[in-house]
Design a protein around this ligand. Structure first.
Ligand code: PEP
Ligand code: MN
Length: 281
């Protein structure tokens, strides 16, 4: 059975049949280019951010992640450093030269975020915030759109249309795990989404194994599986001291073993047909 979409999305229409390659300040995602995006869940401090950035850069990652505005389940949890976090991301970007991926939750923050972000992340909880998506379409920056916790692939593709409709074709789709009856891990990583989204759209597809796994032991095998499934990239959480992380520590890979992890992910991505991953950036 194949999905028959009720409406043909613009992301499916590509006459020359090619796939979209999203170019981000020298890094490329899609169309055979594999990107490793890594960094902490949340920007916590200058030391934490710089240490993480240096480690992921040394391991060959192509982009740096880090949240300054965090979508937390509880309003009593740390909500991110906000504008101060953006400043620290800027410093990490200047030092390492890595493009930055960071989340926007509120359209009122786009102006501040675009000063530093090379890719704007829309988190799972905002996948269907259509006014935010349209605003990001107009902002014109590349968008990394995460699949909602209970969204179908058709709903994800249709959400991406809100960005494309505004003339911004630089959208990266992200599978990050969906909610099922299974409670043995945080979310169920739906790796079938990778080849099926490839049938449905020409947009690049990356996988976030961290938020699905919830535990670092599960991140490496699921990263290798995602690369084997043909993902155009992986976005993964890394922390210099996971035990001290303010947010998502149990799923963070320690910086000290990250180079080995990256090496293995690149090898599998190459086997799956992606170009020399170490030169993708
Ligand atoms: C994140 O990337 O840190 C995050 C909160 O992701 P998600 O929106 O997928 O839960
Ligand atoms: Mn996180």
């Amino acid at each position: 059975m194949t999905i028959v979409m009720k409406e043909e999305p613009a992301s499916a229409r590509r006459e020359r049949g090619g796939r979209t390659v999203v170019e981000v300040d020298g890094a490329r995602v899609g169309g055979g280019h594999f990107a490793l995006i890594a960094g902490p869940c949340t920007v916590e401090s200058r030391e934490q951010m710089l240490e993480a950035a240096r480690a992921v850069r040394a391991a060959g990652a192509h982009m740096l992640r880090g949240g300054a505005f965090k979508p937390r389940t509880s309003p009593h949890s740390f909500q991110g450093l906000g504008v101060e976090g953006l400043r620290l991301l800027q410093e990490a970007k200047e030092e390492t030269g890595l493009p930055v991926v960071t989340e926007v939750m509120d359209a009122r923050d786009i102006e501040d975020v675009r000063e530093v972000a090379d890719v704007i992340q829309v988190g799972a909880r905002n996948m269907q915030n259509y006014t935010l998506l349209a605003e990001l379409g107009r902002a014109g920056l590349p968008v990394l759109l995460k699949r909602g916790l209970a969204a179908t692939l058709e709903e994800l593709v249709m959400a991406s249309e809100y960005v494309l409709e505004e003339g911004n074709e630089r959208v990266i789709l992200c599978e990050r795990g969906i909610r099922t009856f299974e409670a043995a891990y945080r979310f169920t990583l739906d790796l079938l989404a990778v080849p099926v989204l490839r049938e449905l759209t020409h947009l690049p597809i990356v996988v976030d194994p961290s938020h699905a796994a919830g535990r670092r032991e599960l991140v490496r095998p699921m990263s290798l599986a995602a690369a084997a499934a043909g993902a155009d990239g992986i976005i993964v959480e890394v922390h210099p001291a996971p035990g001290l992380a303010i947010c998502d520590g149990p799923q963070a890979l320690p910086t000290e073993s990250f180079a080995r992890y990256a090496e293995d992910v690149f090898r599998v991505a190459e086997v799956a047909g992606h170009l020399g991953c170490r030169e993708c950036g």
